[in-house]
Design a protein around this ligand. Sequence first.
Ligand SMILES: Cc1ncc(C[n+]2csc(CCOP(=O)(O)OP(=O)(O)O)c2C)c(N)n1
Ligand SMILES: [Mg+2]
Length: 318
Amino acid sequence: MDKGFLLNLYETMFRIRTFEEEVKKQFEDGNIPGFIHLGSGQEAVSAGACAAIKKDDYIGSTHRGHANLMAKGARTDRMMAELFARETGYCKGRGGCLHITDMSVGSIGANGIVAAGIIVANGAALSAKLKNNKKVILTFFGDGAANQGKFHEALNLASVWALPNIFICENNLYGEATPQSKHMRIKDISTRAQAYDMPGVSVDGQDVLKVYDAVSEAVKRARDGKGPSLIEAKTYRFHGHHIGDPETYRTREEVEEWMEKRDPVKLFKSRLLKEFKADNKEIDAIEKKILKEIEDAVQFAAESPMPDPAVLTQNVYV
Ligand SMILES: Cc1ncc(C[n+]2csc(CCOP(=O)(O)OP(=O)(O)O)c2C)c(N)n1
Ligand SMILES: [Mg+2]
């Protein structure tokens, strides 16, 4: 594999991790209002998946969508400003964590309603099919969302109409406080693909190259007009459901084990150095660049104006 491509994957994952950890700090310092759902630990899913599509393809996202958006190429300064509820944010400070979106990079939206984005994504896929422009959409959602009626309706319709929609389940083993074993009988969510006659695979979501390979295959199929696929990426969120979650439903040991042994950023960094012969200096340069980018993003957000109360109801539906 091309080393530049691999280093780019690392850069994306390191950007997501650094951004998310900084958001946690800024929230705890009182600079960010509302609720924040972090994606630390799940970086390889977004990075690997979005590396398999083109700039003008689409993504559909969730309440835990910062990583999806960054992997698709959104700017971290405008994202940070959105979380700070500033006028310079992507949604002029009206959207925040749950609705942060940048249509210019092909994101059709995050969504605070669990699984609602899956239905909306079929619309984007249908438009691509009707226009025959060969675009595809990656639709991200969680394990909890896979129990919603909307998930089943969307997969069925996408299958019947052979829509170019690649359904990506970020299975982080919990739907809020409920472990997977208590909210479904099956182990592999990908088996649900059988009901809709589409390919379904489960991959290690902590391995960015495994995610990239699986999504690339599904993308090829979708572009060839053969319809949707379901990919389940098994992953883990390092922090609570939202910042401030007391996490009474899982043990500290479990979290620490994932952080120690299954950290996708650390795992890929060590592979880059050993297996792909990357240079320590190349990696250091990437990390330095990203640390500065995120520092600048915080400064941009902090110095940006709050929305003027007189225009607060502009750019919202109601
Ligand atoms: C329709 C609906 N039901 C309940 C909620 C409250 N809620 C927000 S996130 C969440 C859990 C979603 O779990 P999952 O789909 O696994 O995503 P994760 O948070 O693990 O990324 C719930 C129940 C909601 N926002 N929308
Ligand atoms: Mg989940």
